[in-house]
Design a protein around this ligand. Sequence first.
Ligand code: ATP
Length: 766
Amino acid sequence: MAPRKRIAIMTSGGDSPGMNGVVRACVRMAIHMGCDALCVYEGYEGLVRGGDYIRQMEWHDVRGWLSEGGTLIGTARCMAFFERAGRLKAAKNMVLNGIDALIICGGDGSLTGADRFREEWPSLLQELVATGELKPAQVEPYQHLNLVGLVGSIDNDLSGTDATIGCYSALSRVCEMVDYIEATATSHSRAFVIEVMGRHCGWLALMGGVATGADSIFIPEKPKRDDWREEMRALVEKHRKSGKRKTIVIIAEGAQDRHGHKITPEMVKDLLADKNGLALDTRITTLGHVQRGGTAVAYDRMLATLQGVEAVRAVLEATPETKTSFIAITENKIARKPLMEAVQETKSIAKAIEAQEFEKAMTMRDTEFYDQYTSYMMTSAVQDQTMLLPEKERMKIGFINVGAPAGGMNAAMRAGVAYCMSRGHEAVAIHNGFAGFSRHHGDTPLGAVRPFNWLEVDGWASKGGSEIGTNRELPSESGMETIANLIEFYQFDALFLIGGFEAFHAISQLREARAQYPSLCIPMTLLPATISNNVPGTEYSLGSDTCLNELVNYCDKIKQSASATRRRVFVIETQGGRSGYVATLAGLGVGATAIYTPEEGISLDMLASDVRHLKEVFANDKGQSRAGRLILVNEKASKVYKAKLIADIIREEAHDRFEARDSIPGHVQQGGVPSPMDRCRAVRLAIKCIQHLEQFGKNAHNKAKKDPNSATVIGIKGAGVVFTPMSELEEMDTDWPNRRAKAAFWLDMKETADILGGRPKHHPPE
Ligand code: ATP
């Protein structure tokens, strides 16, 4: 039999939230694949020192690690590794420990070091043999260094991937702080200049600006014009004149002007506070290390886990010919990409910035970055006259929310309205869904249909719920004829819907009724927003990230509450309608022992097998961990086996060896303040929606009638953002009785969650 492969995992460079999730995923996946898992403590320092710095890990050693911030195996900046002598020692320790493959999670520095190590590897081994440090037989099995990188960094500065592990957690801290500061800024009518991390990359400042609707941002990739002071003074003056009581400026550490001179928070403060100018009471807040702190958000836990699993697969599949790769994510797709090209491109961006080639730097960042920058500019300078369309091309666009509220709905409205204003379109709010639209007509014809007031809308970037009101009623229930007449009455040229499955159903009804009511032949598009993430045509809907964060926080707290009585299982009921997405992703993020979904259902066999597994787990737990176990069950996974009954069954079967409780977070899952990801994506997708509608132009009934793209859903699918015609989705992709898409793209994630939770394989109900 071939010896077991030994896979080592290491974290390096600056710590980032999610690194522990990486280590957990790699350790468990390696063990699951029949390999030994090792951890190298303290980054390259541990590899150079060897000995106790390299330790074999067992399955239970990484229990509870998903909920811990920083990196529990330590990280360091290691000078010795910059030198060949250090790398020689590291190579020797790799061989002595029988390490077949190395997975490194760190920033571009760590990955550069990794690639250098790989390149030199044969010569390092030769030297170790030549100097008698190792025998030829010892190095013989390790001729090729099998290495895979994972990008752990809060800056999101690596090319080739949309997100690095930890960046959304850092963004979350940034937005939390800005949200707090906004309250005090508004109270005192103050200005705040907030400095965030990012020496060569403005991602945190940019996304922070988009998510909070900041008045201005400074990023290294795109310095402002030379007259930025005059420009900013005029902008802030305009905002203040319109009645805004706060001014927020977000500045990246690496901000500079077009000539490479640093722009400091003090310089911005001096401008805002200038007694002869704006004379605002201005404060500077430097966020500093709080941005690294805390536990990882749901997205980072997902990224860490899926990428960790993919890294183990990659090292096991690698041959000596395989190019060294790192694991990336593009939109929603996890992929292996060549490591050195990404590192080189990252360095080229830094060089382009240094050489003041800013356009080049911007185009070298990923598509999302570029899109977000454009989105930010469109939403922050709404009265910028340069984008205005000629009068005859300006449209009247109705905005409507349908279904339950979801995080990001207001941010999407705000962005859509801002974009309309910059183009000269008339954005009109239809209040309280189709129910509001149809019922207010008559006595108060304009009651439910009102133009937006920008000063009000401008404050919606971070607001939860739905400011224009939402309702589940479908057009057929409100009266299709009434709706068609109202659309004609108001002379809408297009309709922008934001909502969940009801909104999807509504747009489908409107489309079908076109044959009967010509006024419905206007372009309409849906931006999916629902915590259930069950809308066909997309793998992501607004609000789902907020919901996952709420659930993950809730589960972390519940788990911790069990620390005094650690033999406890919590059965937590999640929302999600007939889609197991939320239960699965939250389960993945908290390391659930079992997840029950409507797609799989629940059988007695499953319960029996899971109870048996729990008994084993508790029997083998020698007190290594003090937290409880979690089971997540979707509210509609079974008509009979509800959270309470499952908890009762477990308790009964446990015979006092452990406890079981049920817990229902309920509407907490709809979330208070939307997550930064939901807010930022809301902005980007909403603008794309209006741009899509805009292509049809004013009065486009004839064109819209024939074009399947006149009724669409925007979605993130795999590696792209796409509009899919309703006609296609209704027929091919929709499981109407279960109100979800036919294919659940996340089923692989369920399998991963089961593997990493150590759940035994079972047979789902027939
Ligand atoms: P962060 O994004 O937080 O800065 P990073 O991984 O880029 O993370 P660095 O301090 O640049 O952090 O690198 C971490 C470690 O990687 C260094 O201390 C060093 O041990 C190793 N390393 C970096 N660059 C090289 C290199 N060119 N050659 C050899 N080793 C390197």
